[in-house]
Design a protein around this ligand. Structure first.
Ligand SMILES: [Ca+2]
Ligand SMILES: [Ca+2]
Length: 106
């Protein structure tokens, strides 16, 4: 019984070690698949725009680092009204795609 438990712990440790790579791939796929759905998921009060609090809550719920949230938010919030509109969100993702394209060509 004890040996079985140890094996289970070892297997869990391997799964944990392999975890971040898998999680990273999944997050990337999610972004590629549908930024619009992500926007809806973040917009907790369905106001059509995402406040910094909503974004922070979303990131924290997913266990993500919010240290750079201010920086990201300022970059995305084109009109600096403190909320990311769908247009600003789409624009940010369009820019990101362009950057990825450029990286791919080099
Ligand atoms: Ca909102
Ligand atoms: Ca804005």
């Amino acid at each position: 019984m004890k040996i079985r438990m140890n094996m289970l712990i070892a297997a869990s440790a391997i799964a944990l070690a392999a975890g971040p790579a898998f999680a990273g791939d999944k997050a990337k796929e999610g972004e590629k698949m549908d930024p619009a759905k992500k926007f809806e998921a973040m917009d907790a009060d369905s106001s059509g725009s995402v406040s910094k609090d909503e974004m922070k809550a979303h990131l924290e719920a997913k266990g993500k680092d919010t240290a750079k949230l201010d920086e990201w938010f300022a970059k995305m919030d084109g009109d600096e009204n403190g909320e990311i509109s769908k247009e600003e969100w789409d624009a940010a993702h369009a820019e990101k795609k362009e950057e990825e394209k450029k990286d791919g060509e080099e």
